[in-house]
Design a protein around this ligand. Structure first.
Ligand code: ATP
Length: 211
């Protein structure tokens, strides 16, 4: 079945990696089908939302049977481009950046940090988690043209300048871990993850909306 990916709502698209990871684990443990309530329990998304999400990609669960794990996985693999490795770069090899390089997303999907950049001469030339660190001054000269996204873990004050350069070299997406709000051209997508705000929000909810 051909699915028009443009019709998948963004909120649904964002949950796909979550579903994908869980289904891979299921497959590895030999399970061939899964019910929406089992999925719901595992990924902490309510089962009505899961059923609606899955209906977008033509996976209609059968009552008493559930969903076919292989069908879902092959759909997700295509949608998430898991058959190909997506190349990502990381800029700013501080504490957070170093943790990402060591983690490198290798366990769950085919996204890979292929190069890292920093301005600290002591870090340039080192390799962390198998990823070489280059001088950011050389970005334009040495960037692999297949790189589609960048993870930004630099101090907030340098974020905008770097984002400008990233858009000039053809990066399509930026995962921004700095507190800076970035201004980028329309064809570039920025996802902003501000860990301290997320933590503050969680603590606020714990205080005011206890479960
Ligand atoms: P983190 O914020 O990840 O915990 P940290 O506290 O170790 O890191 P920061 O000062 O936040 O250090 O800097 C993060 C990394 O970004 C450092 O490795 C630093 O050398 C690098 N960095 C600083 N300015 C720039 C820049 N303009 N371009 C690229 N890298 C930079």
């Amino acid at each position: 079945m051909d699915i028009d990916q443009a019709k998948i709502p963004q909120a649904t698209a964002k949950r796909l990696p979550l579903y994908y990871r869980f289904l891979e684990n299921l497959k590895a443990s030999g399970k061939q089908r899964v019910s929406s309530s089992e999925l719901s329990e595992a990924v902490k998304v309510d089962s009505a939302t899961i059923r609606r999400d899955f209906s977008y990609f033509g996976a209609l669960g059968k009552k008493g049977y559930g969903y076919n794990v292989n069908y879902l996985l092959s759909f997700f693999r295509k949608t998430l481009d898991q058959d190909e490795t997506t190349k990502v770069i990381l800029i700013g090899v501080g504490n957070l950046g170093t943790a990402f390089l060591n983690y490198n997303f290798s366990k769950n999907n085919n996204t890979k940090i292929v190069m890292a950049f920093d301005v600290d001469e002591e870090k340039v030339g080192l390799e962390i988690g198998g990823v070489k660190i280059y001088n950011l001054n050389d970005l334009e000269k040495i960037i692999d043209p297949e790189v589609s996204a960048a993870i930004l873990t630099v101090p907030a004050a340098s974020a905008q300048k770097i984002a400008d350069r990233l858009s000039d070299v053809g990066i399509k997406g930026i995962l921004n871990f700095t507190p800076a709000r970035l201004t980028v051209p329309d064809h570039i997508r920025v996802h902003h993850i501000d860990l301290s705000i997320e933590l503050q929000a969680l603590i606020y909810f714990l205080k005011h909306y206890p479960l």
